[in-house]
Design a protein around this ligand. Structure first.
Ligand SMILES: *Cc1c(COP(=O)(O)O)cnc(C)c1O
Length: 431
């Protein structure tokens, strides 16, 4: 019996089967849970070596294509795509640290990452020390302990737009043979590639600029592929010692790519935050136009930051592209072709002014997201940073009148007109 002569219910699920290959120029979307094995040995071989594709949680051709694309854009050796930026951060860290280990992190990080350190990793007996002045190499050195297994920072931070001296902090990580993991979400590889400056691992919320259109979530871990067992093996026993049942070590099978291989084999698929192939496709398609969007967004942002700085109603603008920013020189040294498009500014009128602002915008959208083609605004003090104390918010540059902008690709004249109209009504409110 063939499928053609089978009964209705059988034909419904089997007749549509296709094994045709075609040279699609766009990345095909392999929206399938699993892949048929050629024969008995193929299945056994896949399970023993992990090569090829068996089940989408452990590998999928669409996902793989996007991993290669993003590894290339970040000048890395390999990448693992996951379901969200949070999954990227947790996968990267759990590929490096275990119970009893210690992390040194910049304090200027995404609130979700901070929660991961303080609530979740702490419960696994992984402690984190936070560095406030990330520009001070001694502050990083002083926080390092014998059990430190990773340094963590954002290349370009929200809210205060602190810029990481990637080479300096990479060198400190290298002194103690641990990886510097850089969250490069805000800078994007279009402006800065941390691996070129010595970082070992880069993570992204691909939900932001990489996908770019505010439609999907995703995350990626990119590795430099330069794990050195001789220098760093004592800090990574899980990579250099034999595996369960005496299996060959990850390092003996993958060499310099041991860390990312471990993330792919033993962390991402076990904790299970696998990306949908459809979302992977949208991230890959988004990344194709990354440089065009970031160029326009950065240009718009600089123009808007300058304009805001000249307004009476505005107390301060924290944008790394402005000469008034304390990290402007570092930004000039590291960022190529723009200063990004996410920054905060503070209204003189405090909370009432901020409330009026977010309720009056028309071209801007009031929502919690960044890196979208559309311009967005959020009041961090009562949303993302609401759980912080006043003293902590002050360190982070978040006051009652502070607003975060994520600038899109619209015509900048329309954006400034929107802001101008809103500032006029803010003046009336607080006058
Ligand atoms: C949004 C964001 C994350 C978390 O990413 P999700 O995709 O929302 O899980 C991590 N780091 C930074 C800097 C972010 O902006």
């Amino acid at each position: 019996m063939t499928v053609d002569t089978a009964r209705f219910a059988t034909r419904a699920v089997h007749a549509a089967r296709s094994r045709e290959t075609a040279a699609a120029r766009a990345t095909p979307i392999y929206l399938t849970a699993g892949f048929e094995f050629d024969d008995f040995d193929h299945a056994a071989d896949h399970f023993s070596t992990g090569t090829g594709f068996g089940y989408t949680r452990t590998g999928n051709p669409t996902v793989r294509a996007v991993e290669r694309q993003l590894a290339s854009l970040e000048s890395g050796a390999d990448a693992v795509l996951v379901a969200s930026g949070q999954a990227a951060v947790s996968t990267a860290l759990l590929s490096v640290v275990g119970a009893g280990d210690h992390i040194v992190s910049s304090t200027h990080i995404y609130e979700g990452t901070r929660g991961l350190f303080l609530d979740n990793l702490a419960r696994l007996d992984i402690e984190t020390t936070f560095v406030e002045d990330i520009a001070d190499p001694d502050a990083w050195r002083a926080a390092i302990r014998p059990n430190t297994r990773a340094l963590f920072a954002e290349s370009l931070a929200n809210a205060r737009n602190d810029v990481l001296d990637v080479a300096a902090v990479s060198a400190i990580a290298d002194e103690v043979a641990v990886p510097l993991i850089v969250d490069n979400t805000l800078a994007t590889p279009s402006l800065l590639r941390p691996i070129e400056h010595g970082a070992a691992v880069v993570v992204h919320s691909a939900s932001k600029f990489l996908a770019g259109h505010g439609s999907v979530l995703g995350g990626v871990i990119v590795d430099d592929g330069r794990f050195d067992a001789e220098r760093a093996g004592h800090n990574a026993p899980h990579l250099v010692l034999p595996g369960r049942g005496g299996a060959p070590s990850v390092f003996s099978r993958h060499g310099g790519r041991a860390r990312i291989a471990y993330a792919r084999e033993s962390v991402a698929p076990r904790f299970g935050a696998s990306p949908s192939p459809l979302n992977a496709f949208l991230i890959g398609q988004g990344a194709e136009t990354l440089s065009l969007r970031v160029e326009r967004q950065s240009r718009n942002a600089l123009e808007i930051a300058r304009w805001l700085e000249s307004q009476d109603a505005v107390e301060s603008v924290d944008y790394a592209g402005l000469p008034s920013h304390p990290h402007h020189e570092t930004a000039v040294r590291y960022l190529e072709g723009g200063f990004g498009s996410i920054f905060t500014f503070t209204l003189r009128g405090g909370l009432p002014a901020a409330r009026r602002f977010v309720e009056d915008v028309r071209v801007f959208t009031h929502m919690t997201h960044i890196g979208d083609v559309r311009s967005l605004v959020l009041h961090p003090g009562t949303t993302s940073h609401a759980q912080r104390t006043d003293a902590e918010r002050a360190v982070l540059g978040v006051g009652p009148g502070t607003l975060r902008l994520s600038i899109g690709i619209e015509d900048v004249t329309d954006l400034i007109a929107d802001l101008s109209r809103v500032l006029e009504s803010v003046r009336e409110t607080v006058a």
